[in-house]
Design a protein around this ligand. Structure first.
Ligand code: DQA
Length: 150
C-alpha cells in the first residue's frame, strides 16, 4: 500500500495531568505540548500522527482496536499505570498486530518494584524510557525507521 505512514499515539491514565503532575518526576511539559511536538516531528518525517489520551483501560483497548480498523501503520504508546497490570491491553496489541513502541517518561526500573514489570514489553518492537518528553520523539523516530525498514 502506498501513501504516508500513519501513526497512532496513545497516552494512558493520568498523563492528561502532565505539567502539574509530580513535576519533579515527570517535568513541566504538558501533554498537548508533547502531542504538538509529535505532530511537528511527524511533518518532518512525512508521517501523519494522531494522538489521544484515555484514563480507562477499556477505552485504551478500544483505541488500539480502532487504530487497526482505521488502517494505522503503527502505535506509539505510553500505557502509564496499565503497563504494569493490563492483560487486556497486551491482548489488544497482540490481536491487532500493529508494530508498537512503548514509551515512558521515567525509567520505571529505577522506581518501585511493581513498575519493573511491563506486560507489553515483549509485544513491543522497542521501548524508550527515562528521557522525559523527548522520549516520545525518539520513539516516533524509531517506529518510523522500523516501519520503513531503514
Ligand atoms: C509512566 C510510568 C508508570 O509507572 C506510571 O504509572 C505513569 C507514567 C512514565 O511515563 O514514566 O503513569 O508510564
Amino acid at each position: 500500500m502506498s501513501g504516508a505512514l500513519r501513526i497512532r499515539v496513545l497516552h494512558g491514565p493520568n498523563l492528561n495531568l502532565l505539567g502539574g503532575r509530580e513535576p519533579e518526576r515527570y517535568g513541566r511539559v504538558t501533554l498537548s505540548e508533547i502531542d504538538g511536538a509529535l505532530v511537528a516531528r511527524g511533518q518532518e518525517l512525512q508521517v501523519e500522527v494522531v494522538s489521544s489520551q484515555h484514563n480507562g483501560e477499556g477505552a485504551l483497548v478500544d483505541a488500539v482496536q480502532e487504530a487497526a480498523t482505521l488502517g494505522f501503520d503503527g502505535v506509539l504508546i505510553n500505557p502509564a499505570a496499565y503497563t504494569h497490570t493490563s492483560v487486556a491491553l497486551r491482548d489488544a496489541l497482540l490481536a491487532v498486530g500493529l508494530p508498537t513502541v512503548e514509551v515512558h517518561l521515567t525509567n520505571t526500573h529505577a522506581r518501585e518494584e511493581f513498575r519493573h514489570v511491563s506486560l507489553i514489553a515483549d509485544v513491543a518492537v522497542a521501548r524508550v524510557m527515562g528521557f522525559g518528553d523527548q522520549g516520545y520523539l525518539y520513539g516516533l523516530d524509531g517506529l518510523v525507521r522500523h516501519l520503513r525498514g531503514s
